[in-house]
Design a protein around this ligand. Structure first.
Ligand code: AP5
Length: 213
């Protein structure tokens, strides 16, 4: 099982990837998570990436392609993987295709989560991440004081630096300009599966399971 979870910022890629990992036992490969870990560790790559990420811009192709090239060699990817947030440009898609050909592998499905920009904006401004577990949550689903205290169930809630209004607008613009051409790219190759990303998290998961079989 090798597939790409594709969609704009806030479409639910991370939320669904974590559920699909639990259901299918293949790893989630999130370039966003890998880059944020590098930022937190203060590595040279992290420091360079942070300059792009905090403004909502894409990190250069060669950096993310290098990350994926290394990650796909890991033993846990042998039985499959879920790519989350990669590829995001045609150059990245071409590089992925070349890497997979070298490994005699192929992508089975590109699951494209469809959500309109207004809803995405709301999801992102009110998204928080539980520091200790990495769980992705939305303030509307938490007690009223979670927003003001930044705490939930005794756990610290993190607010991503690129979830500020200006950075969200830039991320949505970058998605439409640089990433959405991949929709036609994968449709032409017979791999694109459109999935309505609006509805409960359970309902969206059921729709995804229906298309990946
Ligand atoms: P990345 O971390 O990949 O961010 P993104 O693509 O912008 O996606 P998000 O993580 O914001 O959203 P998501 O779709 O995972 O939604 P989520 O499940 O959290 O990338 C961050 C940055 O890293 C990029 O901007 C770029 O700088 C860099 N980068 C990463 N990859 C790169 C690449 N390949 N090339 C270049 N640069 C790269 O859900 C969002 C919210 O909605 C949550 O609050 C959640 O609880 C809620 N929610 C989810 N599903 C539902 C639902 N069904 N109903 C109601 N609420 C829901």
């Amino acid at each position: 099982m090798r597939y790409i979870l594709f969609g704009p910022p806030g479409a639910g890629k991370g939320t669904q990837a974590k559920r699909l990992v639990a259901a299918h036992g293949v790893p989630q490969i999130s370039t966003g998570d890998i880059l944020r870990a590098a930022v937190a560790a203060g590595t040279e790559m992290g420091v360079a990436a942070e300059r792009h990420m905090s403004k909502g811009q894409l990190v250069p192709d060669d950096v993310v392609i290098g990350i994926i090239r290394d990650r796909l060699q890991d033993a846990d990817c042998k039985e499959g993987f879920i790519l989350d947030g990669f590829p995001r440009t045609i150059a990245q898609a071409e590089a992925l295709s070349a890497m997979l050909t070298e490994l005699s592998l192929a992508i089975d499905h590109v699951v494209s989560l469809v959500v309109d920009d207004e809803l995405l904006f709301n999801r992102l401004t009110r998204r928080r991440t539980v520091e200790a577990t990495g769980e992705i949550v939305h303030l509307d689903n938490l007690p009223a004081d979670a927003e003001s205290t930044g705490m939930w169930n005794g756990q610290k809630l993190l607010h991503r630096s690129d979830d500020q209004a200006d950075a969200i607008r830039t991320r949505l613009e970058k998605f439409h300009a640089q990433t959405s051409p991949l929709i036609a790219y994968y449709r032409e190759r017979g791999l694109l599966r459109d999935v309505d990303g609006v509805g409960s998290v359970d309902d969206v998961q059921t729709r995804i399971e229906a298309v990946i079989g």
